[in-house]
Ligand binder design. Structure first.
Ligand code: AMP
Ligand code: MG
Length: 361
């Protein structure tokens, strides 16, 4: 449309320059004036069909997931929301270890027995997780599964395990021992009782898949929020950036900081997301693989970067690391655009670039 108008503008202008001598003043100016107005109107975007917001909420991966898509075409928007929902359902089906039929459950049940053939998605999640385990000195560890089970996270009756039980369970968490066979797409856990838990990466991975599906359909503006795994694509209907509120771990109904951005993931982990209380102490779901206890150095973390998968891995890892080492690591990884860590006393630690994403009213 823009190219057409620009061409028309110059054709008319050329004609008037040629006939300039013979034309009256009104004839000289009027058509050029109208075309200029049309051109400006179109360039300002007022001529574009209006984009309307379509949203859908659903439950997957033990989390409420909210998707918003902007489009001028209702049929396309519904197709896009279907595709985003399918991405989460697919990854849930593959990774849910409380579902016997999932690929991850099969890998876990065949520990110490045989390698298991898996989909490209499960293979990629496990491979990427292992790479980032090395980069975070083991703060991220998908073999934390049997320790999670000891605490009873994900069951009706969570409870504090004994020290001996924890020490014993930790002997089966050496992720270096996971055997990946890329050619045959198999995963092998060499010791009985080893349990892979993709809870720290699967939502981010599904978010990336959902965003890819939206982009494939030509959606340019959307927001996906999968329980703190947020991806913002393009901008809001009024042309302003999408805003993302970071919850206050001390009072999760309140927002500690408002961030904004486009075409990026904002992934948060927090001690308020999943926990149980025993004898007045809160035990949450992010475990320090060094001792098997809930990590205490942080109360909330937020990572801003293009890949929601790696942001998910890092939000969990930096939570374990705590503000000192965690912020240093975030500054070191070139893939990370910005990060913040909130501690139990409410202090905020952030990388230098975080201010580029802060929305201040
Ligand atoms: P997130 O909410 O992304 O921080 O992930 C937390 C989930 O990851 C937990 O519910 C566990 O399923 C799993 N998890 C807990 N601790 C770790 C850890 N140190 N490394 C990897 N995954 C973990
Ligand atoms: Mg995570």
């Amino acid at each position: 449309m823009h190219t057409f108008l620009i061409r028309a503008y110059f054709t008319v202008a050329r004609f008037y320059f040629a006939e300039y001598e013979r034309a009256t003043f009104f004839m000289k100016k009027f058509p050029v004036l109208i075309l200029t107005m049309l051109l400006l109107f179109n360039l300002s975007g007022c001529g574009e069909p209006e984009q309307i917001k379509y949203d859908r909420d659903f439950f997957a991966m033990d989390t409420y997931i909210a998707c918003q898509v902007l489009s001028a075409d209702e049929e396309l928007a519904v197709k896009a929301l279907d595709a985003a929902e399918a991405a989460f359902m697919d990854i849930d089906r593959l990774t849910n270890r409380f579902e016997q039929s999932s690929e991850i459950s099969t890998v876990n049940s065949k520990a110490g027995v045989v390698p298991v053939k898996v989909s490209a998605d499960v293979f990629a999640m496990v491979e990427t997780s292992m790479q980032w385990s090395d980069k975070t000195d083991g703060a991220f560890n998908i073999l934390i599964g049997n320790v999670m089970d000891l605490w009873g996270f994900g069951t009706e009756n969570p409870a504090v395990p004994t020290e001996e039980a924890l020490v014993e369970a930790l002997t089966r968490t050496d992720y270096h021992k996971i055997v990946l066979d890329e050619k045959n797409s198999t995963i092998y856990l060499p010791e009985k009782g080893m349990v892979i838990d993709l809870g720290g990466v699967a939502k981010g991975y599904a978010t990336d898949k959902a965003v890819a599906a939206l982009k494939d359909l030509g959606i340019e503006n959307a927001l996906i929020n999968a329980g703190g795994n947020v991806y913002v694509l393009g901008k809001r209907a009024d042309g302003t950036p999408w805003k993302v509120g970071v919850r206050d771990p001390q009072d999760p109904e309140e927002i500690k900081k408002v961030l904004q951005g486009r075409d990026t993931a904002f992934v948060s982990s927090g001690d308020y997301q999943r926990y149980f209380e025993a004898d007045g102490i809160r035990y949450h779901h992010i475990l320090d693989p060094a001792d098997g206890y809930p990590a205490r150095a942080s109360a909330g973390t937020t990572i801003i970067m293009k890949s929601a998968t790696i942001a998910d891995i890092l939000s969990t890892s930096l939570f374990v690391k705590g503000p000192g080492e965690g912020i240093n690591l975030a500054e070191k990884f070139i893939e990370v655009d910005a990060a913040m860590i909130i501690t139990g006393d409410g202090k905020i630690y952030e990388t230098k670039k975080l201010r580029d994403y802060v929305f201040d009213n």
